[in-house]
Design a protein around this ligand. Structure first.
Ligand SMILES: [Zn+2]
Length: 47
């Protein structure tokens, strides 16, 4: 899924716990990869 504005992504790694918020969404034609945390884990969209 492409990044959308104000979506929150959280790092699934227990001892990391980093959260990011999208301040500007991706434009049309952007890829569908999830963002990756600085610790190397793929981040998951927070429900
Ligand atoms: Zn992390």
């Amino acid at each position: 899924m492409a990044l959308k504005q104000n979506e929150v992504y959280i790092c699934p790694k227990m001892d990391c716990g980093c959260e990011i918020r999208v301040t500007k969404g991706a434009g049309p034609g952007a890829g569908s990869q999830s963002p990756r945390c600085c610790c190397g884990q793929e981040m998951q969209k927070k429900a």
